[in-house]
Design a protein around this ligand. Structure first.
Ligand SMILES: [Zn+2]
Length: 145
């Protein structure tokens, strides 16, 4: 990895962790000793989601994240907790080793996680992502909390 300061070709990795942007590495240039950060996209097999109406769409973690962020709006949950949850969800989906996953499976998985973290976020997410057959289903769901 080329140093962005002196363009030296060698650097050492001082820290490595996963982030939604990929694998984040802190590097130190072996020549000028300056530090910089690189992101490496995790090699992923393409994952597709199958919607209720049968349409197939590329799985988009960012889209899922937006929905989850919205559910947590003004809730006392830190960005780190949300981030961690999203990484866990993605890992579970990828570990299934399937190329196609139904949106209903993803929705249920997210709701399970939300339920553990915050009831309000759970209800918000559920009301958007789950098609409650009727109001009674929704009431039943709230009662089950
Ligand atoms: Zn350098």
């Amino acid at each position: 990895m080329e140093c962005p300061y002196c363009l030296h070709k060698d650097s050492k990795v001082t820290n490595k962790r996963r982030s939604p942007q990929g694998i984040r590495r802190r590097r130190e240039c072996l020549k000028c000793k300056k530090r910089f950060t690189t992101y490496e996209k995790i090699e992923k097999n393409d994952l597709y989601v199958i919607k209720k109406d049968g349409r197939r769409e590329r799985f988009d973690i960012e889209k899922l994240k937006r929905g989850i962020d919205r559910a947590f709006e003004k809730r006392p949950i830190s960005q780190e907790q949300i981030q961690k949850m999203i990484i866990e969800i993605e890992e579970i989906l990828r570990k299934k080793g399937k190329k196609e996953i139904k949106t209903s499976f993803i929705g249920d998985l997210v709701m399970k996680k939300l339920k553990k973290l915050d009831n309000v976020a759970y209800i918000r997410f559920a009301s958007v992502y789950r098609d409650f057959e009727n109001l009674n289903d929704f009431k039943k769901e709230i009662k089950n909390l």
